[in-house]
Design a protein around this ligand. Sequence first.
Ligand code: CBF
Length: 823
Amino acid sequence: MTENTPLISSPEHSVEGFVREFMRELNFSQGTVLERSTVNDEYLALARTVRHYLMAQWMETTVDHYRAQPKAVAYLSAEYLLGRQLDNALIATDLVEIATEALASLGLDLADLREAEVEPGLGNGGLGRLAACFIDSLATMSVPAIGYGIRYEYGIFRQTFADGRQVEEPDNWLEYGSPWEFAHPEHEVTVGFGGHTEKYTDDDGVERSRWVPGWRVLGVPHNYMVPGYRNGRVNTLRLWSARATHAFDLKIFNYGDYAEAVRSQTFAENISKVLYPEDSTPQGKELRLQQQYFFVACSIRDFIDQLLPRGFDLHRLPERIVFQLNDTHPVIGIPELMRVLVDEHGFEWDDAWDVTRRCFAYTCHTLLPEALEVWPVELMGRLLPRHLEIIYRINDEFLADVRERSGGDELLVRRMSIIAEHPERAVRMAYLATVGGARVNGVAELHSQLLRDKVLADFASFFPEKFTNVTNGVTPRRFVKLANPGLSGLITEAIGDGWVTDLDRLRELEPLAEDAEFRRRFREVKAANKDRLVDLLRRRDGIEIDPSTMLDVMVKRLHEYKRQLLKLLHVVTVYDRITTGELAVAGVTPRTVVFGAKAAPGYVMAKQIIALINHVGAVVNSHPEVSGVLRVAFPANYNVTVAETLVPAADLSEQISLAGKEASGTGNMKFALNGALTIGTDDGANVEIRKLVGDDNFFLFGLTEPEASAIAERGYRPTSYYEENESLRRALHLIATGVFSHGDRSTFEPVVSNLLGEDRFMVLADYQSYLDAQERVDAAYADPEAWSRSAVLNVARSGFFSSDRSMRDYLERIWHAEPLPSS
Ligand code: CBF
């Protein structure tokens, strides 16, 4: 890049300008004419048109960053659950109206074209979506930042149901290509794997080690625009795709063994082939470690070789970069940077360690011990032998420190070792991240406190200064402005549009909660949002729902700790009470209970729970009396696009994990911001939501974390709750006796016996308290004025949950970087 790189300019911001660009794209890029074009042609032409409006800003941002060399944030994340790009780009460029009009003048409907976009599902759930929100906020706040990750050829599986059971299908999101990506094979990076290390003496007589990899893979970067919201900034998301160093072996090919000729290509390309469909339950698979090292090694190399000026003194690297580790997946970056500095740049070990420790920070996203990744030493040694040596040395030096400071407390030393000895020798990635990073943060107040007090307690005593909290947030651009145009319009009319980038301003809505006219219009918006949902579910899933009922929504990954079963027991109990005549239909508040959840394909219990939800739904929905007041809807393949219609329509948000198990949750924030009331436990960020919106506007129930821990310590006996609670006994009896499985008692026997035998997440202990809270919900919903007052207050008081605020906290507490606004 020269000092005077000429910059392009944006197309004209007008309907005529837009039509011109669109037609040019349709003709020149798609090679077609309006008379013959398909919806896909038109979508691609539209996406490319919008891209043009962002291009000049993207180039300018890139050049500005290169010239100013500011401290940048590199967000390292194995997952980005981006959602559709078109709408987001349209609102960022303020082109929604122009595009709508321009397309209409050509006889096209924006709504139809938007449907042609396949959402890139490059993540599993909260963690991946959080990464997408964060890069949106960083761009909007003009922070020099780059997101690094993997360009999976297949994202999270597409879920369908067969006889109520989950079936997984491959997500071929790239089938028709993506207009949003820019491949740069000329910037490919080589990454080594396997092989061995060897000792040698360098020119200064120093004993050194070097890695001789056994095989290599190429990483090809694919760039995506990350538009800031109307601030002239477009950051970059760089996703890596794996390619073989040689496409195929011509000699073998000529002998006719075609499969063997492309073997190495297939092997290498497997690395970025498919996203691991796991959430909170890691897979100790070799390919996953390959993925992790692959993208981290590519990214570190990329930053050093491409984004720093030639000859940059790497001793000053912490002035230019902070690598934020999104969970343990990228933690192998710590020994990788050590290797690069020591082996490739001739650093002394201590100098390299000093630089490395200042370049990384680690975010932990879990409280489940089984979700903290460990890699067997045998595997690490085979795949990354030099990294294992480096980890051993980091550990030796760290444990020497622990020994010295603890006066030789060998129990403590063993507890804190980065290398676990049982059940097999393995590298504890969370410990490596804590030792090798400058900061460690949890994702909600309670989570960070539990990390300090329990999960990483020894480390928190050893390095108290490292531990901090940053409560998660969600982007108001996608989850309010784009997803809820009705509410956005109402808010903007009341307080102006500054809230889109300054969400604390929602506070100004508070007095309007007392304004009957505002509440009426708020209810009108909610009703329109429900109609949109009715339409979506009808078209997409063939599901009919009644928009006049309370919309009670539980959407999130299927995991026992999240307790979809508790919600289902509530449904079964209402069914039981109506069918036994205990409850008169006339006295029931009509509800539609909507579930959305994918289960990890190997998680047997989660898949059973999905089947149970569908089977209960089938019985409830076909019961002549019950179905008039209670219906269950379970649209398959819940994703970001569905969330954008579902969240704004919800009345009640179910956030019912066992206290102390959900790190934060972010769905809880999206619902509150869109005016749903939460029924929830004191878990994760629910605690902060409740404090902000107020007890009167939140339905709290269940054990607290200390209570649940105390019960677990004493020895939890689920049967004691079962024995004492008749309606619980009856609900479980209905499931056990096959009422929801055509009389077959064996179908859901494992679910029932698991609840009665172990019930690790204390569903039975919280059952009664949950039922009581649901009765309070019914009573509150019966008063629409009071309900909408609470809903408006939820919106007004949830501004804290903007991911812009999260970014400010990261900048201040962890990154110490500054925005670089466009001039
Ligand atoms: O921090 C983002 C989210 O991450 C998870 O989804 C995760 O994958 N570990 C947690 O389960 C959520 O609580 C959290 O909000």
